[in-house]
Design a protein around this ligand. Structure first.
Ligand code: NAD
Length: 495
């Protein structure tokens, strides 16, 4: 490990601190496959300090004294600071995860909207006065939970921080964030903006490190009331089981194997772009990747030909260049995993019509690049059609009619998203109803907004982020009964 690389620091109780053990690990730039900075290797002791700080901040001092409008003002200020620093934060994310600068800077320019939205929502969380059948004035209060943990994956770090942090703070909670071990730098830069916005110390803390060493003690900590997790279904299931031991609340945004369904009546030019957006944008490293392309039989050959022609023009190379369209895979284990899945698919007997291995182009240098890959001859029972690859690998499956499209689309354990390409209005509504997915896009793909709930059906997750209902994931409801009766009723009978 090169000691000459810049050393990052964690952020606990309003201060940048070194890890208790003094240990660090390297973070790699996927475009060069070389380390570029050292990340603190946080452990249980650091988690303890961070959770205690968050607990103190929740229980005493300035933060619990703020009213909802004041919390909203701080969130608005934070959004403005993110907007001012969007380009710098986007560039940092590219350095760590290799996604395109065009994608990451667009994400960071959009990120303030999430803070503004929940800033506005903070003072609009209203309880109810409930007319009961008893002599009582009865009302409900929505109260914060306490210390919340946010565990973040590597593909869109600051966007996914915003999805959790904004509603959690709007609701009055405090938070400890554990970014991915592959992408901690942008989150540690972002925390400077949280400080600058004026959030009191301890309200937001960051512990970096590996999942088993920093994430696990955070999930298990008895003072943590809720775990908001985005990541793989495997880790999500483990976190769910751990959180259950203390009856902690969880929200889980997990993996997917989303069907993108093209009917013969679709606008095929748009559908080709939609298929490419679904799988090759972000190098396929998005939870909503449309990795199963279902194409109606009577246009199958024509569509595959158009798709291959378009996808084969994708420009690979340095993700910092604004004209690059496909960048590297984010980390070495993921790179190996994608290549393994390509071999698995070939072993299952698919036909490779585009790519199918490492990208050995001069513009890709030593980076972890995989060729945009399209397989035909895929059957839905194959592993390549059932398991999440999280890379630029597409399986194309033919279908005869609406019934078969629905049957294939739903025959998978995931249910994060689905795409439908059709010009038929009746089909639009019936498909939207029948597809088992938390999001259905018709004649578009990957559209997401702060206004609209996002989350999974089936094993793609629990709970919803974004939209008004997201804030309820960070609140608990208290019912208050104030008797208006003159006399106390019979104490031996439930009243
Ligand atoms: P991952 O599950 O390997 O890691 C996610 C986070 O969990 C990391 O911070 C990691 O350190 C931490 N972690 C790992 N083990 C842990 C443990 N035992 N206890 C606590 N924390 C632990 O996922 P990844 O590879 O970083 O991200 C890719 C996955 O994320 C894909 O499956 C993708 O579909 C999913 N994802 C889902 C969404 C969504 O909104 N549904 C969005 C983005 C990514």
């Amino acid at each position: 490990m090169s000691e000459s690389l810049p050393k990052l620091q964690m952020y606990i109780d309003g201060e940048f601190v070194d890890p208790t053990t003094g240990d660090y690990f390297e973070s790699f730039d996927p475009y060069t496959a070389k380390p570029w900075c050292l990340v603190p290797r946080g452990t249980e002791d650091d988690v303890e300090r961070a959770v205690q700080a968050a607990h103190r901040a929740f229980s005493d001092g300035e933060w619990p004294a703020f009213n909802a409008s004041q919390r909203g003002e701080l969130l608005r200020k934070l959004g403005e600071l993110v907007a001012e620093n969007a380009q710098m934060l986007g560039e940092l994310e590219v350095k760590d995860n290799g996604k395109l600068l065009s994608e990451m800077s667009a994400q960071l320019k959009y990120a303030p909207s999430f803070y503004y939205y929940f800033a506005g929502l903070a003072d609009k969380i209203e309880g109810a006065v409930i007319p009961t059948d008893k002599a009582s004035f009865t009302y409900t209060l929505h109260e914060p939970l306490g210390v919340c943990a946010a565990i973040i994956p590597w593909n869109s770090p600051l966007l996914l921080v915003a999805w959790k942090l904004a509603p959690a703070l709007a609701a009055g909670n405090t938070m400890v964030i554990k970014p991915s071990e592959y992408t901690s730098a942008s989150v540690l830069e972002f925390i400077k903006l949280v400080e600058k916005a004026g959030f009191p110390k301890g309200v937001v803390n960051i512990v970096t490190g590996y999942g088993s060493e920093a994430g696990e003690p955070l999930v298990k900590h008895p003072l943590v009331q809720k775990v908001a997790f985005t990541g793989s279904s495997f880790t999500g299931a483990h976190i769910y089981a751990e959180a259950a031991k203390d009856i902690k609340r969880v929200s889980l945004e997990l993996g997917g194997k989303s069907p993108n369904i093209v009917f013969a009546d679709a606008n095929l030019e748009n559908a080709v772009k939609g298929a490419v957006a679904g799988i090759f944008a972000a190098t396929g490293q998005t939870c909503v990747a449309g990795s199963r392309l279902l194409v109606q039989e009577n246009i199958y050959d024509e569509f595959v030909e158009k798709l291959v022609a378009f996808a084969s023009t994708a420009k690979m190379g340095n993700p910092m260049n604004l004209d690059t369209q496909v960048g590297p895979v984010t980390n070495l284990p993921q790179y190996k995993k994608v290549l393994d899945y390509i071999d698995i698919a070939k072993g299952e007997g698919v036909e490779t019509v585009l790519g199918g291995g490492k990208a050995e182009r001069p513009e890709c240098g030593d980076g972890w690049f995989v060729e945009p890959t399209i397989f035909t001859g895929v059957r839905n029972g194959m592993r390549i059609a059932q398991e999440e690859v999280f890379g630029p690998v597409l399986g194309v499956i033919p279908f005869a009619d609406d019934e078969e499209a629905v049957a294939i689309a739903n025959d998978v354990m995931f249910g994060l998203a689905a795409g439908v390409w059709t010009e038929d209005i009746r089909r639009t509504f019936t498909m939207a109803k029948r597809l088992q997915a938390g999001t259905v896009w018709v004649n578009t793909y990957r559209a997401v907004s702060y206004t609209t709930p996002f989350g999974g059906y089936k094993r793609s997750g629990l709970g919803r982020e974004l939209g008004q209902e997201a804030i309820l994931e960070y609140l608990q409801t208290k019912s208050v009964w104030i008797s208006t009766a003159e006399e106390m009723a019979n104490p031996f009978v439930v009243g």
